[in-house]
Design a protein around this ligand. Structure first.
Ligand SMILES: [Zn+2]
Length: 126
């Protein structure tokens, strides 16, 4: 099969006089690695090292998108939720002011909520 294919394995066939760039890593023995450097960081495929992270804006975008499951906790969605919560607080504050005004001016009894509950229990309109 490979008997006549002389080009096969050329990247790995190198001796002490091999002219190419060698891996700059140190082996566990303490000697320099002798394999050819193929990666842009000047290391062989065994000593490639850790990822240096995304290099382009497009790559970073793809990385971010791969980490998002449903998008409910993105900055935009969080700010929208905060705005909705603030709107609810404003509305409840206004309702409270209206309630105190109605009670102060005699349009509602002080325990009108309790009376309303009793009314609903009697009529079973709930
Ligand atoms: Zn190496």
């Amino acid at each position: 099969m490979t008997k006549n294919n002389l080009l096969r394995g050329i990247p790995w066939r190198f001796g002490p006089n091999w002219p190419g760039k060698r891996c700059e890593a140190k082996t566990r023995k303490g000697t320099p690695c002798q394999r050819p450097a193929k990666l842009p960081v000047g290391r062989c495929r065994l000593h490639g090292g850790a990822s240096t992270g995304p290099r382009t804006k497009d790559g970073l975008k793809r990385l971010v998108e791969s980490k998002i499951k449903h998008g409910r906790f993105t900055k935009l969605e969080r700010s929208k939720a905060k705005a909705r919560a603030e709107q609810g607080r404003i509305i409840r504050r206004e309702l409270k002011e209206l309630e105190t005004w109605f009670i102060d001016n005699g349009h509602l009894k002080k325990n009108w909520r309790k009376d309303l509950d009793v009314f609903f229990q009697k009529t079973s309109l709930r």
